[in-house]
Ligand binder design. Structure first.
Ligand SMILES: CSC[C@H]1O[C@H](OP(=O)(O)O)[C@H](O)[C@@H]1O
Ligand SMILES: Nc1ncnc2[nH]cnc12
Length: 291
């Protein structure tokens, strides 16, 4: 069984629109999980439908801890997305990952605090596997696209998610290196968890903008430094997205992540909470409609 791709792109710092989208239109998508970061820019690249959402909203209004990741993922699912490619600015915790490098994330360490991190709860308890939180095939195709765009790419990285909005202390930065993290940011969690709960394959392309503050011979990270590096990389990031979409296989073959909820729900059917079920109509739609 194969189908059509509908690619959701979540734009991070510095990526608030996507000029490459043809027939583009900002469309409001409402969600029972609250207000998404912005309207969704709907259009296509070649024959493929693309749905773009700026994570912090146009004009970068929203602080990392207040990004409504549940509403964002739910809205992208309602907009028909089959897969998500997220883009993020990150600090490097690894000498081998200099500013300017694109880094594909494979694993996460999550130190965010108090952000709603699940669609499920009392009355519909689900435990999805997060052992392999990113989609290997999307990550590989995106890495190939970075090279087509003339960029340098590394893969297999571990992303350290911090609460922010402050950058880390030097002691924290050094500790995260000892934990084996390669890059650091404030936004990809719980976004990646929620994408998995919504049965949406998720890949994360990060762009290194700084060395955080662990490196003795570098100035500690600042917003100016992040913006300057993002400006230097923005053309490569935009071209990467275009190549990524244009070089997807013509037909989408199913991914195991499309069925992430299978065998994950533990609540007895007669105990299901009707109010919660109504809010899950998009993210758990396949399961609830017996698909
Ligand atoms: C502007 S520096 C800190 C800011 O940049 C990253 O955002 P995103 O992941 O959306 O590109 C980082 O996580 C912080 O939110
Ligand atoms: N050093 C850093 N820490 C957290 N988020 C970031 N985004 C870009 N650089 C960062």
């Amino acid at each position: 069984m194969s189908g059509e791709w509908v690619i959701g792109i979540i734009g991070g710092s510095g990526l608030y629109k996507l000029d490459a989208l043809e027939d583009q239109q900002w469309i409001e998508v409402s969600s029972p999980w609250g207000t998404p970061s912005d309207e969704i820019l709907c259009g296509r690249i070649g024959h493929t439908k693309v749905r773009f959402l700026p994570r912090h909203g146009r004009g970068h209004r929203i602080v990392p801890g207040e990004v409504n990741a549940r509403a964002n993922i739910d809205a992208l699912k309602r907009a028909g997305c089959t897969d998500i490619l997220a883009v993020s600015a990150v600090g490097s915790l690894n000498d081998d990952l200099p500013p300017g490098r694109a880094v594909m994330v494979e694993q996460f360490i999550d130190q965010t605090k108090g952000r709603p991190a699940s669609f499920y709860g009392t009355g519909f308890v689900a435990h999805v596997s997060m052992a392999d939180p990113t989609c290997a095939r999307l990550s590989q195709w995106c890495a190939d696209a970075v090279e087509m765009a003339g960029g340098e790419v590394s893969d297999g990285a571990t992303y350290m998610a911090i609460e922010g909005p402050q950058f880390s202390t030097r002691a924290e930065s050094k500790l995260y290196r000892q934990w084996g993290a390669d890059v650091i940011g404030m936004t990809a969690m719980p976004e990646a968890r929620l994408a998995r709960e919504a049965e949406l394959p998720y890949a994360l392309m990060t762009l290194v903008t700084d060395y955080d503050c662990w490196k003795e011979d570098e100035e500690p990270v600042s917003v100016d430094q992040v913006i300057e590096q993002l400006n230097a990389n923005s053309e490569m990031a935009r071209k990467t997205i275009e190549h990524f979409v244009k070089t997807l296989p013509e037909h989408r073959s199913p991914s195991p992540i499309d069925f992430a909820l299978e065998d994950s729900v533990i609540t007895a059917v007669e105990m299901h909470d009707k109010t919660l079920l109504a809010k899950l109509d998009a993210v758990a739609g396949r399961l609830l409609q017996g698909g």
